[in-house]
Ligand binder design. Structure first.
Ligand SMILES: [Mg+2]
Length: 346
């Protein structure tokens, strides 16, 4: 954490932001309250913003249009997807114009075209998708893919062609719940073929590296913001970036106890970027944040919010529980303590 964070807005220590989308800017069809305004305010302050998403199915123009429609500043150049990171990785090792099987949706094919490669769809039957005519396979989510498409990919990958997967998220959140994500479809081929692809999306570093390339900012002055611990926060650490875990999405304090993730900051919303960051401090076995005080004793989290804001109380409680996690206490016990005391503050 940079030195000047204590005395100024949290964001004063950074020149650029890599921002996750779902759970940070929007949830389903609706914007996260105040998030579009906070993103506009970042631009006004001169902080550069790039949106980075593991979702490979949408083309960047569609993502940018969605964001702009919610009031967040975004053009297609402000968006990077895991499909683009995958296409960029292939473009580094293949000749310009090389043909690549696009095992995915429109976002995968478009990313290949933008990277100077030629996408070939599995359903382009005949020689077009034959092993002599295709140099690699890029696999991303495509909800119209068929069994036949996976058989075509298996035939090609069986010959040892390079194989890049956009991301390995096991699930895809839909309005009714969790559908199989790209990782589940990757595993289908892994099971059949006995080999694994290179994966470029979060938590793997290539997508963050592509985002940094677009921003042109130094990694030490770039903040990654996300709601998922195992992808956004672990991925930021793997790429050498500070991270802000924002509590407007899927993961809750209780989830933190089941991971090894350690976010640099815990924020209640993007608006907290413009406030000084009150970091939790340990005093005599208790953790203090603002006027909140927390300690773990007898299997329970004792929290005295003392008039602190909810996010400060959460920070104090999380710090107390992370201390126990470090000491090797049972994740289930810590999750339960976090669930009954901290999750309800949000
Ligand atoms: Mg998210």
């Amino acid at each position: 954490m940079a030195e000047d964070v204590k005395d100024a807005a949290l964001i004063a220590a950074y020149d650029g932001v890599v921002c996750d989308l779902d759970g940070v800017v929007y949830r389903g069809d609706d914007p996260v309250p105040d998030a579009p305004k906070a993103l506009r305010d970042l631009r006004t302050r001169g902080v550069q913003v790039i949106y980075a998403t593991n979702n490979a199915s949408r083309v960047v123009a569609e993502v940018a249009e969605h964001l702009a429609g919610l009031g967040a500043p975004a053009t297609p150049d402000d968006v990077v997807t895991s499909a683009e990171a995958g296409a960029a990785q292939l473009a580094r090792s293949l000749p310009a114009g090389a043909r690549v099987l696009a095992l995915g949706g429109e976002g995968v094919a478009e990313a290949l075209t933008r990277a100077g490669l030629e996408p070939v769809r599995p359903r382009d039957r005949g020689d077009d998708a034959g092993p002599n005519r295709v140099a690699a396979v890029l696999q991303g989510l495509g909800r119209d893919l068929t069994v036949w498409d996976f058989e075509t990919a298996a035939r090609l990958l069986g010959t040892g062609l390079p194989w890049v997967a956009t991301n390995d998220d096991a699930t895809l959140p839909l309005p009714w719940g969790q559908a199989p994500g790209n990782g589940a479809y990757v595993d289908l081929l892994v099971t059949a073929l006995g080999r694994r692809p290179d994966v470029v999306g979060k938590p793997h570093p290539p997508l963050y590296r592509l985002a940094l390339d677009h921003l042109g900012t130094d990694a030490s002055r770039t903040l990654a913001i996300g709601d998922r611990l195992a992808t956004d926060i672990d991925g930021a650490a793997a790429a050498g970036l500070d991270s802000a875990w924002v509590l407007t999405g899927v993961d809750l304090p209780s989830d933190l106890m089941q991971t090894q993730a350690t976010p640099t900051y815990v924020i209640g919303s993007l608006t907290d970027l413009f406030r000084p960051y009150a970091a939790p401090v340990e005093k005599h076995g208790s953790w203090h944040c603002g006027s909140a005080r927390a300690r773990f004793a007898d299997g329970e989290l004792r929290l005295d919010a003392g008039g602190a804001s909810p996010v400060e109380a959460v920070r104090a409680g999380v710090a107390a529980l992370l201390g126990e996690r470090e000491a090797g206490r049972s994740p289930d016990e810590l999750s339960h303590a976090a669930e009954v005391v901290l999750n309800r503050l949000l």
